[in-house]
Design a protein around this ligand. Structure first.
Ligand SMILES: Cc1ncc(C[n+]2csc(CCOP(=O)(O)OP(=O)(O)O)c2C)c(N)n1
Length: 681
């Protein structure tokens, strides 16, 4: 900064918003611009980077925001155009370029595209792992905001005082489910959360007015309850500084959430490939004239910097970027031998001694008691979902838990599965242990994106982040079937990398497997089969408060030599009954978990018996049985005396009519017939 010579100049300096370090703002702005410039003019055309999402036009507000995110428990849900904010928070230019160039180290070690970032932090704001899906950032950030409140108010951790969550998004993102879900959560719960909307008027080529009436999210939300709404011109330094400061101060002061809409130009195409041919030429020209860099220069030069100082800063930014490029280019490619690592954590939870009780309880009580004990043991464990609070869940698995542990620990959510899972992810990232209930397996579908992104998080971030949540979901047939409440489709989770998939068949296993999941470093789907919740067959003595079962260890439910039946969950009882109908010794294996699945026990058994039948409730085509069959066919090829067979529901939903239901569900008769057929080969 030059020392202003005249009184007039000194006065002018004082007119700059004194709450910001403008030298820092200018430095980061010029660095960000130089990075985009290099990428757009050289690295992308030369195919040295394969994705480019320019932040040109968006920088000012992001950098001012970054200057205020000083609290170590602040959390930011960002998106692909947020690099200026990350640079403000400490992302180095070399890491930025190396990420785009898919070099070793850097942000994701070549696993994710260069702009899908994260920043794990101890001393400054954490940038939550981004995802490629527009709108996916909203609900996890609301979860982070909820975690702040839990640490601060329930656990009494003063370190969380004044902390906040910020979610960033474009005008297109406000049309997504995630935006509305997070807005509902943040406003009904009055969470410390800022919605930071950078409105550049376009979502790729679609104008903002196609996303919502009038195209102005702030105008539409002015009457939304519990929400402060602010707007500013994101190219005007004074106006942007005022609005960003006010928004951050409001949220930090505990007055609940706020939404700030900044209007900004998108000075480049949506991404490297996009020519913006759909934009009228006058608009492109007007956007160029609005460039916030011009605005910032006017604001700071000559009152704060002289013209030559400004030029020197520009030159310094270019030099920094050149050095960063050399550093990035010197880095090796990521080690391909590491590509399969970090789907799961490379450590295991501890197990304790256990003390079984004599009385048999049903699976529902076993689940409730396990949850109750873990709630007692772990103050960071929270249970939530639709109706799990005062009602105790529609299946009664959480009955009485809110009364015992209070509404901060066991609570109802709004009706948004995307919100339930997304919030859980954000809470887990903040160090809590969320247990989310999805009321019925089928209703996990609105949360598909959050579930998939949660599963891949550890891998995507090269082991920097993970969100070990437990998702309990009842499903499968009960007294009747129907296409909504009786879905099993567990294979869908087996196909989504990063999920442990647990399918207990009885009360004892349910307690042991659930406890393992609740202490596991990985996310788990815990499937509660509806017919087993109160089935007499599935009752067992409660195995004690320390009982844990390892995942991926099947149980040989019945030993035999002539044929191996592999099954899980509600089909186990039917398989055992069917095996009794035959006069031959049949080995029946209860897999207990399908990810990981116990290949060794299955393969050893088939090597012994030479015959294999797989029975499951999920539909036949591409069911998990197909995976087992392929493995057995390959690994036991020379031991097999008969083809590997499957009995499963044909490819239809489960019907409501009990008559129809039993026509499609694998029954004892059908299983017994297939066993006999295989024995006769
Ligand atoms: C769920 C989802 N649908 C579509 C896309 C493809 N896509 C990527 S960016 C984008 C436009 C988003 O626009 P906006 O939210 O306004 O942000 P901007 O790019 O303008 O900053 C689209 C449609 C995606 N990544 N995710």
């Amino acid at each position: 900064m030059s020392s202003p010579a005249s009184a007039q100049e000194r006065a002018a300096v004082q007119q700059l918003d004194p709450r910001f370090d403008w030298a820092r703002v200018a430095r980061v702005f010029l660095l960000s611009r130089a990075l985009d410039q290099l990428e757009e003019s050289k690295l992308f055309p030369e195919r040295k980077i394969l994705y480019q999402f320019s932040a040109r036009g968006h920088e000012l507000g992001q950098i001012l925001l970054g200057c205020l995110l000083t609290n170590s428990h602040d959390g930011v849900g960002a998106y692909y155009r947020s690099r200026p904010l990350l640079l403000t928070l400490g992302l180095s230019a070399e890491d930025a370029l190396a990420s785009g160039m898919a070099r070793a180290g850097g942000i994701t070690d070549g696993r994710d595209i260069g702009v899908v970032f994260n920043l794990p932090r101890k001393d400054k704001a954490t940038v939550l792992p981004m995802a490629g899906g527009v709108g996916t950032q909203y609900t996890p950030t609301a979860g982070w905001a909820r975690a702040i409140r839990y640490y601060r108010d329930t656990l009494g951790d003063a370190g969380y005082r004044d902390s906040m969550a910020v979610v960033m998004g474009g005008d297109g993102s406000v049309a997504t489910n995630g935006f509305w879900s997070a807005l509902n959560t943040a406003t009904t719960q009055r969470l410390p959360m800022l919605f930071f909307i950078e409105d550049n008027g376009y979502s790729i080529s679609v104008p903002a007015a196609a996303q919502m009436p009038g195209g102005n999210v702030a105008a539409n939300l002015r009457s939304f309850g519990n929400l402060r709404v602010l707007e500013a011109d994101g190219c005007d330094p004074a106006d942007t500084a005022r609005a960003v400061y006010e928004a951050v101060t409001l949220v930090r002061s505990g007055q609940g959430p706020a939404l700030l809409r900044l209007t900004v130009p998108r000075l480049s195409g949506h991404s490297g490939q996009d020519t913006q041919a759909y934009k009228p030429a006058e608009l492109v020209a007007a956007e160029r004239a609005r460039d916030p860099l011009i605005g910032l220069q006017r604001y700071l030069v000559p009152v704060f910097f002289s013209k030559s100082e400004w030029e020197q800063m520009q030159e310094a930014a270019n030099e920094e970027v050149q050095a960063a490029l050399e550093g990035a280019q010197a880095r090796p490619h990521p080690d391909s031998s590491q590509a399969l690592r970090y789907i799961f954590a490379e450590c295991h939870g501890e197990e304790g001694p256990f003390t079984p009780e004599p009385a048999r309880i049903n699976m529902l009580d076993a689940i409730r008691r396990t949850l109750q004990h873990e709630l007692k043991m772990n103050p960071k464990l929270l249970i939530f979902g639709e109706d799990v609070g005062p009602k105790g869940g529609v299946h009664a698995a959480t009955l009485g838990l809110q009364k015992e542990f209070g509404p901060d620990r066991v609570f109802d959510t709004s009706l948004s599965e995307e919100g339930i899972i997304g919030n859980a992810v954000g809470m887990a990232l903040a160090g809590l242990r969320p247990v989310a209930e999805i009321q019925f397996r089928k209703y996990a579908e609105p949360a598909t994106e959050q579930l998939n992104d949660c599963g891949t998080m550890r891998w995507r971030t090269a082991n920097k982040f993970s969100a070990p949540i437990v998702v309990r979901m009842p499903g499968g047939f009960s007294k009747c079937g129907d296409p909504w409440h009786s879905v099993s489709n567990e294979v869908r989770f087996a196909h989504a990398p990063g999920w442990q998939v647990i399918m207990p068949s009885n009360a004892e296993d349910a307690a042991g497997l659930l406890r393992t999941a609740l202490r596991s470093p990985n996310p788990s789907i815990f499937f509660e089969h509806r017919v087993l919740l109160d089935a007499a067959w599935a009752r067992r003595p409660y195995p004690g408060d320390n009982f844990m079962l390892p995942l991926g260890v099947a149980k040989i439910a019945q030993e035999g030599e002539r044929l191996t039946v592999v099954t899980w969950a509600a089909m186990l009882e039917r398989c055992l009954q069917a095996s009794k109908r035959t006069q031959s010794p049949i080995e029946v294996i209860d897999l207990r978990t399908i990810v990981p699945w116990d290949r060794e026990t299955v393969l050893n058994s088939v090597r012994k018996t030479g015959r294999c039948l797989i029975v499951h409730e999920d539909t036949l085509t591409a069911g998990f049985g197909a995976e087992i069959a392929a493995t057995v066919a390959r690994e036991c090829f020379f031991d097999l005396d008969a083809p590997v067979e499957r009995v499963a529901v044909p490819d239809v939903p489960l019907p409501y009519s009990v008559h129809l239901l039993h026509a499609v569900l694998p029954g004892v008769d059908a299983i017994a017939v297939r066993i006999e057929e295989l024995l006769a080969v």
